[in-house]
Every structure is written in structure tokens, then in C-alpha cells.
Design a protein around this ligand. Structure first.
Ligand SMILES: [Zn+2]
Length: 332
């Protein structure tokens, strides 16, 4: 079968499954088997191709597969995963990939489930599956589900990365030790950043330690770093906010004299500007803080293109806006 025909048939399967209308096609199973053989037969000099939905997952995969893998990222800077629809270019890159990792718990809507059904469970993995249920925060918007925004609690992310490294190690036995070594190095860096954030954010007076953002992506962050969190929109951006949500938030900010609120790179800041204006009318000047990285990382070639870089940007921005102090780099 030519690549073109193969791609066209994958596109058909993909969009058909998106509409929830198709039963599993035995031919798709055949493709999965062929792909598994292709991995076994990889030559030493070739790189294994992995694919991630978000920049955060790509960051984990890049660290785990450092020298032997190439990682495609589906959703780049500024992309909202809750609303993302795959493109034909994604499908071509999927055809090249041997392993696909998504977040799970509806962060990317039905995308992960669709791929698991069309691609097979062995090649598709939800990083959140590596955590225990009691590590997760129940989702207020979706009954019976959990909040998917796990990455900015760096210790929790580290746990998820550990499980991911086991999955990959089992998938590529000859690379098992290398993957585990890479995992340990990455996880120690996460631990250093975690401890730094606990120290820095702990310096903000408790009554000012309130993080208000465009959507509810920081609840794990809040739990890990003892910061109260509040948002205009729920944990998914699929449901719209209303005038009532804006006025409730304005009242909260005015009553509690919160000095700043924070836009996010993957969401328009229009609504938060309306909140600032609402506070002004009530005689309270709330500052629009630096734009935070919520559901997407920064540009690939910038420090914020890594999870740690984006995390540092967020922590320093929150510290400076809420404490009124200028961050001084710690002396080591
Ligand atoms: Zn989100």
C-alpha cells in the first residue's frame, strides 16, 4: 500500500471514529502489528519517533528519550487543548510515530480515546493513568471525573513521569536502563524546582497568597504550593463563563483586596480585562499580572519552551505580583 493511500485510510478511520460511528476494523489491528514489528527492527542509528499532545508531555518524552528519540508535539504554544481539533498534518505525523502519549481525563476531549480505539492500547498511553486516584482532585465540572491539570505540581508530575518511564522501558526492553537513567535525572531536576517554589511562594504573606486565573488549571499547583486558587472559567474552557461569574469574581477580589490576577497564554485575556474594569468601578485597582503558562508551554527555543522554564516563569510572576517584591536569584 502506498503511503498516500495509507494516510488517506488513516484519515478516514480517524474522522469516522471522531463521529463515534465506527466499529473496530481488523485492518487497523494489522497496522498496529506492523508498527510494532517496525520498532523491533529499528536500526541502531535510527531514532524512535514518539508523539505527544501537549508541550508538557513532549517535554517528559524528550527527557526520557534524550538521545534515541524524536518527539512530535501536536499542540504548540498558545494552543488550548480543551478545544483542539487534529489537523491533516497531525495525522501524517501520527503515521510516522511509534508511540502516542496524551494527558487523559478529558484534557484533550475525546482525542485519546479515539486514538486508543484506532491505534491500540499498547501504543497509546494517558500519562495520568500512572497516578493513583487518591493523588487526583475530583473535577467540579464533570461528575465522576478528575481534574486533568497535573503538570504544575512538579512532584506529582514526577510520579507520572516515573510510571511513563516504566511503560516505555517495557515497550523498548533494550533501552530500559537508559530510559530509567534519563528519568532519574529529569525527576531530580523537577525535585530541585519543586523545593525552590515551596520556599519562594512561602514568602508571600498567607492572606495575599491567592492565585486568580482565566480558567481553573492551577488546582494541583495550589495544593502543592499552598496557594488558594480561583478562576473565571471551570477546569475546561468548553463551557463559557457568564456575567454572574465575572461579577462574583469582582466581588471576591474587592472584598479580599487581591492585588493581581493572571491571564493565560492559551486563553483570550478579554474576560479578565472586564474583571479589572469591574474592580476599578468598585474602587479597587487590581493589576493584570504577567501571562502565565497554563495548558501550553512557550516557544520551543525559549526557556519557557520547557516545563521547568514555564514553571519558573509562573512562580516568579506570581511571587512578584502578589508580594510586591522583586525576585532575587538564590545564591548556590
Ligand atoms: Zn485547562
Amino acid at each position: 500500500m502506498s503511503t498516500h493511500i495509507l494516510q488517506k485510510s488513516l484519515v478516514a478511520v480517524f474522522f469516522c471514529l471522531f463521529a463515534w460511528g465506527c466499529q473496530e476494523n481488523p485492518k487497523d489491528k494489522e497496522k498496529v502489528v506492523k508498527r510494532e514489528r517496525a520498532v523491533d527492527l529499528l536500526k541502531e542509528e535510527e531514532k524512535i519517533v514518539w508523539m505527544a499532545t501537549t508541550g508538557m508531555i513532549a517535554d517528559a518524552l524528550e527527557n526520557l528519550g534524550e538521545k534515541f528519540s524524536r518527539v512530535h508535539t501536536m499542540m504548540g504554544p498558545g494552543i488550548d487543548p480543551h478545544l483542539y481539533k487534529p489537523t491533516p498534518a497531525d495525522l501524517s505525523r501520527l503515521e510516522e510515530a511509534h508511540f502516542f502519549c496524551h494527558n487523559g481525563m478529558n484534557l484533550e476531549g475525546k482525542l485519546g480515546k479515539i486514538l486508543e480505539d484506532s491505534w491500540g492500547y499498547r501504543r497509546t498511553y494517558a500519562i495520568i493513568a500512572g497516578l493513583n486516584y487518591n493523588d487526583l482532585i475530583p473535577a467540579s465540572d464533570f461528575e465522576g471525573s478528575h481534574d486533568p491539570h497535573i503538570w504544575f505540581d512538579l512532584r506529582l508530575w514526577s510520579k507520572a513521569v516515573d510510571s511513563l518511564s516504566q511503560v516505555l522501558g517495557n515497550l523498548y526492553p533494550r533501552l530500559y536502563n537508559e530510559i530509567q537513567g534519563n528519568s532519574q535525572r529529569y525527576r531530580s531536576k523537577l525535585e530541585v524546582e519543586h523545593e525552590w517554589a515551596v520556599r519562594l511562594l512561602g514568602e508571600i504573606p498567607k492572606e495575599k497568597r491567592v492565585l486568580v486565573t482565566a480558567h481553573d488549571a492551577f488546582r494541583y499547583f495550589g495544593r502543592a504550593y499552598d496557594v488558594e486558587v480561583k478562576a473565571l472559567q471551570g477546569i475546561s474552557t468548553v463551557s463559557e463563563y457568564g456575567i454572574r461569574d465575572v461579577s462574583d469574581l469582582v466581588n471576591f477580589l474587592v472584598d479580599n483586596k487581591i492585588p493581581a490576577i493572571f491571564p493565560e497564554t492559551s486563553i483570550s485575556d478579554k474576560a479578565l480585562k472586564a474583571v479589572v474594569e469591574g474592580c476599578r468601578k468598585k474602587g479597587w485597582e487590581v493589576k493584570l499580572g504577567n501571562t502565565l503558562y497554563g495548558d501550553a508551554l512557550g516557544e520551543k527555543d525559549s526557556p519557557e519552551g520547557t516545563l521547568i522554564g514555564a514553571f519558573r516563569h509562573n512562580v516568579i510572576s506570581i511571587y512578584e505580583a502578589l508580594s510586591g517584591e522583586t525576585y532575587q536569584e538564590e545564591q548556590t
